[in-house]
Design a protein around this ligand. Structure first.
Ligand SMILES: Nc1nc2c(ncn2[C@@H]2O[C@H](COP(=O)(O)OP(=O)(O)OP(=O)(O)O)[C@@H](O)[C@H]2O)c(=O)[nH]1
Ligand SMILES: Nc1nc2c(ncn2[C@@H]2O[C@H](COP(=O)(O)OP(=O)(O)OP(=O)(O)O)[C@@H](O)[C@H]2O)c(=O)[nH]1
Ligand SMILES: [Mg+2]
Ligand SMILES: [Mg+2]
Lengths: 286, 278
């Protein structure tokens, strides 16, 4: 379950019963490289390696446990503590506001989520509140038609607030409402203001941040801005079927003090999975 | 004063962290810092110049070396037979379609005639998105129905350009991942059929270490002549530019700096280097 760099470093600890400082140093260095290549935030990698090194050198391995197992356990525990709680998905009436950077996968994921709730027996409706991107309504409508989900939008209208108000009224018979929004980033003040308004107007019960698995060091600052604006309570990582490791998600989770709700693993509506911390961590280290 | 490896270690380590924090991929940082360490060790430092300043100056020089001078698109068009065929490639969501529209607007502004090939026949809303952009920019777009063969669409776009004596064909393609063999094969077929003069790879400035892997894979699969780095307006220092160019050694043609048709600037290394090391 571990990348070759880490495997070799761990080998050096195999069979030992006493902590070897040189071997621990080497392991921590290899771990740092693995985490950096996985796009974990640089400062977070440094903090993590400090605490892992400290624990590895100071904590006695439990009776009967070799040094190698002990250190591996510490690495694992430290990473799991960063993952936050595996976020709960409520299977009842709710309104979900989707937010995230341009191109992160919000529209596709909105349709995937609609499919998920539909399969759980919940009447679900979708609102296209993206008034900016050409073809946004067509895109979402096309996806929703594939699964027979009502999709509310007002092509040609440029007032997202109005669309959300009207959409909520129109879709009132549904238990789950998911609101797709246009992509935006931390420096676009007018768009940050918009999502603050949409959050209020929609009375959203959940505000989910959609982030691309390949997002690099920007993850922390972007997540922070979204969280300051609308209190994100869940993170979704998309495009995990590529080769990116999703390290940015760790920052998104720690900045929003929330957890990872779902993983996007492909372009079709069925490509949505519940988050599995073990799988995520071994992929991160691999 | 001869510089030893120990003298420059702290300075290099600091710069290493700055590069990493600004999205320069680990492999690129390793290589660049390694080169600087090798080049500086054993050299002479002028009295009065700080080690930090020497290392910083050497780094800026190394980064400029990596980045090169960009790619002059209009210069290329002027010196080649028309229609010049440009194929845009890249993974999902990086800004290819928007970039095609921006480049169309840019070329139109510079006096060239353009036709767009709506080569994403797969994704929901792709044809509508490209058509709306093309109409707003005021260029002809060739498209088939959803689900059609992208090679056929782009072949038609080239034929249209020939028949109407159009200067440039800009061919959009569907986003795809490099680890999907069938999709990369499809892209290779598109390339064989449309025979582009230029293959332009599009990735985003906020992509992390995966930018290296995917740039490499796309270059190996269909070749890359130039790169467009989008979303450089996202508060990022553009380190991904270094990662990508260092990996495939191809120049950056444009930086995308926003979602409007005018949000595109011909690449010059100074801005990125000064932002990163400034
Ligand atoms: N392979 C793969 N592609 C995905 C996934 N999620 C989304 N995509 C693709 O990524 C691209 C962008 O997805 P969109 O849903 O349009 O992203 P968006 O966040 O709505 O984009 P904007 O509205 O422009 O901000 C599309 O090509 C999607 O098909 C995923 O989990 N895997
Ligand atoms: N902020 C910013 N957004 C951009 C830039 N370029 C593109 N975008 C946005 O990124 C999102 C995705 O752009 P697209 O042009 O659809 O990307 P694509 O690569 O064609 O996506 P697929 O065809 O689905 O793979 C859209 O919301 C664009 O407006 C840029 O330079 N800056
Ligand atoms: Mg969208
Ligand atoms: Mg596109």
């Amino acid at each position: 379950r571990l990348g070759s760099g880490l495997k070799d470093a761990l080998k050096k600890l195999a069979g030992k019963t006493v902590i070897d400082k040189v071997a621990v140093d080497e392991l921590v260095r290899d771990l740092q490289r693995a985490l950096l290549q996985a796009d974990v935030n640089v400062k977070l990698v440094m903090a993590l390696s400090q605490s892992i090194k400290k624990r590895a050198l100071e904590e006695e391995p439990p009776k009967g446990m070799g040094v190698r197992e002990h250190v591996l356990r510490i690495v694992y525990e430290e990473l799991v503590s960063l993952m936050g709680q595996s976020a709960e998905v409520h299977l009842g009436p709710q309104t979900i506001l989707m937010a995230g950077l341009q191109g992160s996968g919000k529209t596709t994921t909105t349709a995937k989520l609609a499919r998920y709730f539909q399969r759980k027996g919940l009447r679900t409706g979708v609102i296209c509140a993206d008034i900016f991107r050409p073809g946004a309504y067509d895109q979402l409508l096309h996806l929703c038609r594939q699964i027979n989900i009502p999709c509310y939008g007002e092509p040609g209208v440029t007032d997202a607030d109005q669309i959300v108000k009207n959409g909520l009224a129109e879709l009132a018979g549904n238990e789950v409402i998911i609101i797709d929004t246009q992509g935006r980033h931390a420096l676009e003040d007018n768009l940050i203001d918009e999502i603050v308004r949409l959050n209020v107007i929609s009375k959203a019960t959940h505000r989910w941040l959609v982030i691309d698995a390949a997002l690099g060091q920007q993850a922390r600052d972007q997540a922070r801005r979204f969280h300051e604006a609308i209190s994100i309570d869940g993170v979704l990582i998309t495009k995990m079927d590529g080769t990116a490791k999703g390290g940015g998600a760790l920052s998104a989770v720690s900045e929003t003090k929330s957890g990872i709700v779902f993983i996007g693993s492909g372009e079709t509506i069925e490509d949505l999975e519940r988050f599995d911390p073990n799988g995520f961590i071994s992929r991160l280290l691999g | 004063l001869v510089l030893t490896e120990k003298d420059i270690a702290d300075s290099l380590e600091e710069l290493e962290l700055i590069l990493l924090e600004n999205d320069v991929a680990l492999s690129a940082v390793d290589a660049i810092v390694g080169t600087i360490r090798h080049d500086l060790t054993g050299t002479h430092r002028k009295i009065g110049s700080s080690i930090d300043a020497v290392v910083e100056k050497t780094l800026k020089h190394a980064l400029r070396d990596v980045l090169g001078e960009g790619f002059d698109l209009t210069g290329y068009i002027d010196s080649h037979d028309r229609p010049v065929r440009v194929l845009f490639t890249g993974v999902n969501g990086t800004g290819k379609t928007t970039t095609v529209a921006k480049v169309a607007a840019y070329l139109k502004e510079h006096g060239y005639s353009v036709v767009i090939g709506s080569g994403d026949t797969f994704r929901a809303g792709a044809n509508e998105q490209m058509k709306t952009h093309a109409d707003r920019v005021g260029v002809k777009v060739i498209r088939h129905q959803h689900g059609a063969d992208p090679s056929a669409v782009l072949f038609d776009a080239v034929e249209y350009a020939r028949a109407h004596k159009i200067d440039v064909v800009l061919a959009d393609t569907a986003g795809r991942f490099h680890n999907r063999a069938n999709l990369m094969n499809q892209l290779e077929k598109i390339r064989r059929v449309m025979k582009p003069d230029l293959v332009v790879y599009v990735d985003e400035a906020v992509a992390g270490n995966d930018a290296v892997i995917r740039a490499d894979e796309f270059n190996a699969a269909v070749g890359t002549d130039a790169v467009v780095l989008t979303k450089a307006d996202m508060d990022t220092k553009g380190g991904a530019a270094i990662s990508i160019v260092h990996t495939i050694g191809k120049p950056i043609m444009f930086l995308g700096v926003g979602q409007g048709y005018g949000d595109i600037i011909p690449f010059s290394p100074d801005r990125i280097v000064d932002d990163l090391v400034g």
